[in-house]
Design a binder for this molecule. Structure first.
Ligand code: SF4
Length: 101
């Protein structure tokens, strides 16, 4: 209880973070012992909280990814990575919408 109430909220564009080092995905990617919102995986990290306030940021990420996918000259690997990213972003948006149906 005390530990929970002592957590600090870190506000971000795509999510907020209630940082706990033992479950921080960014920390496993070589981050320091603090939130790394610029290297964040909010769709995969249990410390992330995504609300309707973040939906516009996810929409922008989806739009950017769709624009990138129409570039000619992408390698198959790049195109596959972008499609996976688009799928992940779309799932987050759907999750936001379903949470508030
Ligand atoms: S990955 Fe993102 S949500 Fe998770 S601990 Fe790091 S900054 Fe917070």
């Amino acid at each position: 209880m005390l530990k929970t109430s002592a957590r600090t909220l870190h506000v971000g564009t795509l999510n907020d973070c209630y940082y706990q080092p033992e479950t921080a995905v960014c920390r496993t990617m070589g981050g320091a012992d603090q939130p790394m919102l610029n290297n964040c995986r909010p769709d995969r990290c249990g410390n992330a909280t995504i609300t309707t306030r973040h939906r516009r940021g996810w929409e922008a990420a989806r739009d950017d990814t769709e624009r990138a996918l129409v570039f000619v000259g992408l390698s198959d690997l790049q195109r596959t990575a972008l499609r996976q990213h688009l799928s992940d972003v779309t799932k987050v948006i759907e999750g936001i919408d379903h949470a508030h149906d």
